[in-house]
Design a protein around this ligand. Structure first.
Ligand code: ADP
Ligand code: MG
Length: 355
């Protein structure tokens, strides 16, 4: 009775915060407020002083436009935390924003989604960094699991659920049943790779060097994996390889298919490999229930159709695929007891260990 009252008070006096620490975008959810922040995972650091100059949207706008001593970094590269200190600064920034939206006396309870396949050392670093940033309780969940929860898939039932969460740095392909990952793969072919493919293609076909941001914009605007009824086209502006001067060319959706086809084939292969190691009962669930796409990659035109054609299993795009993970962390916060099993155990906290 007393314990229940205490929990009730804590709920009033502290924030419940969910964080998606993506390779491309970081999102924050605050209980009773919804998603309060959605910004690129970029931090600008002054290398002379070691100080953080800007975080998020402000820092991304600096990409490729900074003087030599200021570097804009993405601390989570290819799903791996490449820079712990900067990641800690990022978490500070996110928690401060969340706390300023809804002021509470106690330190917040936080669920952080991390790329699947991060090491124990990295998990501990995220946990410590979140605690250092003021959290009273930290829970960690793998992103494909959070994405599946965000999509309201019945992950705690004895049935196979398959998700592909294709972000910026990595794509997670996972099969989940009874709150556990049955089979999975984390591949470094995702949004960034496709943007790089497009930049490389434009360089070799049109002899123009384009920037990272330009390549991404072209991808989002006209990349389509199936021929369009009305062909799509856009201008690509960059530097002429021969003259060194600015030049502009028109590129089409057909160029995009040539540019990214190899990477898409590899993604299809990886998906097949996960299915190959999935037990037959679960496989039959998946054939029946389909594959669910989340992350920015889900928005690539024709991706779901191409997967469906190649794998011969229905493919569904999640509602609002870019926010599945953070919405999943929000759902976990609402029913933490029910979702204990999906959290990565804290080796210092025996109460977290269920087996
Ligand atoms: P992460 O979880 O790694 O932070 P996100 O799920 O936020 O990544 O997805 C970011 C990726 O999705 C980027 O590579 C971005 O270019 C890509 N993306 C976003 N919107 C679209 C779109 N409409 N079409 C194609 N790609 C998109
Ligand atoms: Mg993600």
């Amino acid at each position: 009775m007393f314990k229940e009252k205490l929990e009730e008070w804590k709920r009033v006096l502290r924030n419940d915060i969910g964080i998606d620490l993506g390779t491309a975008n970081m999102l924050v959810y605050v209980r009773d407020k919804g998603i309060i922040l959605n910004e690129p995972s970029v931090v600008a650091v002054n290398q002379k002083t070691g100080q953080v100059v800007a975080v998020g949207t402000e820092a991304k706008n600096m990409l490729g436009r900074t003087p030599p001593h200021i570097v804009a970094v993405r601390p989570i590269v290819d799903g791996v935390i490449s820079d712990f200190e900067v990641t800690e600064e990022m978490l500070h920034y996110l928690l401060n924003k969340a706390q300023s939206v809804s002021k509470k006396i106690l330190g917040p309870r936080v669920v952080v989604g991390v790329p699947s396949g991060i090491t124990n050392v990295e998990t501990r670093a995220v946990r410590d960094a979140t605690k250092n940033a003021g959290a009273s309780e930290v829970h960690i969940v793998e992103e494909p699991m959070a994405a599946a929860i965000g999509m309201h898939l019945p992950i705690n039932e004895p049935t196979g659920n398959m998700v592909i969460d294709m972000g910026g740095g990595t794509a997670d392909i996972a099969v989940i049943s009874l709150s556990g990952v049955i089979s999975s793969k984390n591949v470094r072919i995702a949004g960034d790779k496709l943007s790089n493919d497009i930049a490389a293609y434009i360089r070799s076909e049109f002899k123009i060097v384009i920037g990272e941001k330009t390549a991404e914009n072209i991808k989002i605007a006209i990349c389509s994996l199936l021929p369009e009824e009305d062909p799509l086209e856009t201008e690509a502006r960059g530097r002429d390889l021969i003259t060194g001067l600015p030049r502009e060319v028109v590129v089409t959706d057909s160029d995009m298919r040539d540019a990214v086809s190899h990477s898409i084939e590899r993604l299809v292969e990886a998906t097949k490999e996960v299915l190959e190691i999935t037990p037959p009962e679960i496989l039959s669930d998946i054939m029946h229930r389909g594959i669910h796409l989340a992350g920015g990659g889900a928005l690539i035109k024709g991706f779901a159709k191409v997967l469906e054609r190649e794998i011969k299993i229905p493919v569904y795009i999640a509602d609002d695929p870019l926010t599945c993970v953070v919405r999943g962390t929000g759902i976990i916060l609402e029913k933490l007891e029910q979702f204990r099993e999906v959290l990565i155990a804290d080796e210092n906290d025996i109460s977290n260990k269920t087996h």
